[in-house]
Design a protein around this ligand. Structure first.
Ligand code: SAM
Ligand code: SF4
Length: 470
């Protein structure tokens, strides 16, 4: 038997890249590849890249510089090493990578991972291979399913891609160019995948897609199912106790999704709903296709069916033309909604996007200053939200042993890490935990006999969200 070959894969960016990385590992497992933690002893290194902001793509070239030295060193000791660049930088800058980084053997776009074995064979034959077409086939049908041992090693929480690509064309965003048009996987394929995960110990599924609530997959009845209906079907699968989905677009929140939140206890009351800006003028320039009021109405619809629901969001500061007034409107919206957390980014012009051609750029100093102010406000909301957990009993799904001996860590419904002293038998179970203290972003508590208390959020009317333990 040939000795196993070592594969090191490094993912940048979004959850979809984490999922794609696992599927690449599964696809290469039948070729004899096993994962290794370091690039230094790997026979194959895959960089699974992100192109969403300039910083993310520049990281790839500096990592490739380092890998070239590792590859040269391996060659000196008589060992062949292949380097693959996958993901959205591969898609957007394939030829540039081949030109700038001679150590790279294969460049493969996100829609072609199922061709990796053939591309590698071509590279081993001495050529360099590049594949960044958008083939018509559904790649998911061709990617190998994970082996039971691989599923168990990855833990009790798993991502499942249900939708890929985007047709929205926000003016700042590269996704429609790197991931292509919106495609949804058929319901039956997703159900099979989730069942296989559940049979091997997975308890929590996060459905992912660049625009996950635009999901419109073919159902077993031949009709098109929206995300809410898919969630209902998945909630019936034995073993699945928690469901989440990310990332949603405010325009695509339909009644089926709101009703799923109303009816499904397994669907977690924590929704990532990016708004990007609180100014209608900037939202229009971003081509977001919704106003601030539309967004607030969507939030209200969720809150009307689940009082304990909490939100996170994404914001971009310094979009071309953003005035101090526009930025103040963003702060006002954050204050009005009251988030449990949010991501905020400085606008980064992406080549080929309409916003990159806009002239009225915001200077770096203003962007920096706005980012700090926004993050301070979001941090204060997040910390108020976390502190409000203290003294309450909340459900925690336990995931793994923590760093401190004897401690087990899990997550609350709101994805807050929660630590208790307990035996490892509780991994995979949802148990009530009485929260005693907060250490940075982690909750500390003890297993409780009593059932969890139900949180209720009153509409925030000032700068931090009001959360009351009922
Ligand atoms: N589909 C999601 C939506 O519509 O909200 C977002 C997906 S995108 C991969 C993740 C986040 O990256 C966006 O919500 C946005 O805040 C940020 N982002 C995208 N392009 C950006 C850019 N050019 N500069 C800065 N941030 C950007
Ligand atoms: Fe990008 Fe999201 Fe806009 Fe699609 S909806 S273009 S993924 S920001």
């Amino acid at each position: 038997m040939k000795p196993p070959r070592k594969l090191h894969i490094k993912s940048y960016g979004c959850q979809m890249n984490v999922y794609d990385a696992q599927r690449m590992v599964d696809t290469l497992a039948p070729e004899g590849f096993v994962e290794t933690a370091s690039a230094d002893d790997a026979d194959l290194v895959i960089l699974n890249t992100c192109h969403i902001r300039e910083k993310a793509s520049e990281k790839v070239y500096s990592e490739l510089g380092r890998l070239r030295l590792v590859k040269d060193e391996a060659a000196r000791s008589g060992r062949a090493m292949n380097i693959v660049v996958a993901g959205c930088v591969a898609q957007a800058e394939g030829d540039e990578i081949i030109r700038r980084a001679p150590a790279v053997d294969v460049v493969v776009g996100p829609q072609s991972y199922h061709h990796l074995p053939q591309l590698l064979a071509r590279a081993r034959g001495g050529g360099r291979a590049i594949e960044t077409e958008f083939p018509v086939q559904d790649k998911f049908g061709f990617l190998a399913a994970p082996q039971p041992e691989a599923i168990r090693a990855r833990g009790i929480s798993s991502f499942v891609t249900v939708q890929e690509g985007c047709d929205k064309f926000c003016t700042f965003c590269v996704v429609p160019y790197t991931r292509g048009a919106e495609v949804s996987r058929p319901v039956a394929k997703i159900v099979d995948e989730v069942r296989r995960l559940a049979d091997n110990g997975v308890r929590e599924i996060t459905l992912i897609g660049q625009n996950v609530n635009a999901y419109h997959g073919e159902g077993p009845d031949g009709r098109i199912w929206p995300l809410g209906r898919l969630l209902r079907r998945l909630a019936e699968i034995d073993g699945i106790v928690r469901l989440r989905y990310s990332t949603s677009h405010p325009r695509d929140v339909d009644d089926s999704l709101i009703e799923a939140h109303r009816d499904l206890p397994a669907l977690m009351p924590f929704v990532h709903l990016p708004v990007q800006s609180g100014s209608n003028r900037i939202l229009a320039a971003m081509n977001r296709r919704h106003t601030v009021d539309d967004y607030v109405r969507v939030i209200d619809r969720f809150r009307a069916v689940r009082q304990d629901i909490a939100f996170s969001s994404d914001f971009i500061v310094g979009f071309p033309g953003e005035s101090e007034e526009d930025f103040a409107a963003t702060l006002a919206l954050v204050t009005q909604i009251g988030y449990a957390g949010a991501y905020s980014f400085k606008y980064s012009p992406r080549p080929g996007t309409p916003a990159a051609e806009m002239r009225e750029t915001v200077c770096a100093a203003d962007m920096d200053e706005r980012l700090v102010r926004l993050q301070e406000l979001i941090d204060s909301q997040q910390s108020a939200f976390n502190k409000a957990m203290i003294g309450n009993t909340v459900d925690v799904l336990f995931e793994r042993a923590a760093r401190n001996p004897g401690q087990i860590v899990g997550r609350t419904a709101y994805l807050q890490p929660a630590h208790v002293m307990a035996s490892a038998d509780i991994i995979g179970q949802i148990l009530p935990v009485r929260i005693q203290s907060l250490e940075r972003y982690s909750l500390l508590g003890e297993l409780a006999a009593a059932p969890p208390t139900q949180f209720a959020f009153s509409q925030p009317t000032h700068s931090s969200p009001m959360i009351t333990g009922a």
